[in-house]
Design a protein around this ligand. Structure first.
Ligand code: GRF
Length: 198
């Protein structure tokens, strides 16, 4: 059965677009059912609309420090779309353990480092500052530990002597676009875990 995928973004949405393009393949067991952004002005929203994918904005600022209210609003946005899988793709909000556990084994993330190295932000500069010769990206299942869930796929790239955070990020991004769709394809083809929520 074709799985309905919600992709959560906050910015440019290039990973979202890589997933969307990949899901167009006839033997891909998933389709983009919703693109959700916490940022009203996220460029990725425009890209999704041009693909005729339903979009929704759930602005965290409207909920102040009330993370539960923010997540309830996300839940309400997901509900009518019968979502099977959530793909975090540059979504810059931390979700609570409660929300994540409801989506256990049904939520993926792409992280721009070779986990378990460099969880959190500023991964490329941290790799350069550490003198690493290799950097990369990881697709993992989302668990309550930030960037700590089981890694499903990684890809590495060289760190070049004159790299800045930006040049390294661009090199890593190419690999992100390659491995995230690959993992989603396999993930979507598994027997569905029972739904607790959504
Ligand atoms: C990617 O590098 C992703 O790994 C990180 O944020 C960036 C998002 O880029 N979490 P995009 O919005 O997919 O272009």
């Amino acid at each position: 059965m074709t799985k309905n995928v919600a992709i959560f973004i906050s910015g440019g949405g290039s990973n979202m677009m890589a997933l969307v393009q990949a899901m167009k393949a006839p033997n891909f067991d998933a389709k983009p059912a919703l693109v959700l952004s916490n940022e009203r002005l996220a460029v990725g929203l425009t890209k999704a609309k041009l693909q005729d994918i339903p979009t929704v904005v759930v602005d965290h600022r409207q909920h102040g420090k009330n993370r539960m209210a923010f997540e309830e609003a996300i839940g309400r946005a997901l509900k009518p779309n019968d979502i099977d899988i959530i793909c975090l793709a540059g979504f810059m909000r931390i979700l609570s353990a409660g929300f994540i556990n409801n989506w256990r084994h049904r939520m993926l993330n792409i992280h721009p480092s070779l986990l378990p190295k460099y969880k959190g932000l500023d991964t490329h500069q941290r790799a350069i500052d550490a003198g690493d010769k290799i950097a990369g990206c990881s697709v993992h299942e989302v668990t309550a530990e930030l960037d700590g869930g089981p890694v499903l796929e990684q890809a590495s790239v060289p760190v070049r002597p004159n790299d800045t955070g930006a040049t390294l990020a661009a090199r890593v991004l190419v690999e992100e676009h390659r491995i995230y769709p690959k993992v989603l394809r396999t993930f979507a083809a598994r027997p569905a875990p029972s739904k607790l929520f959504g």
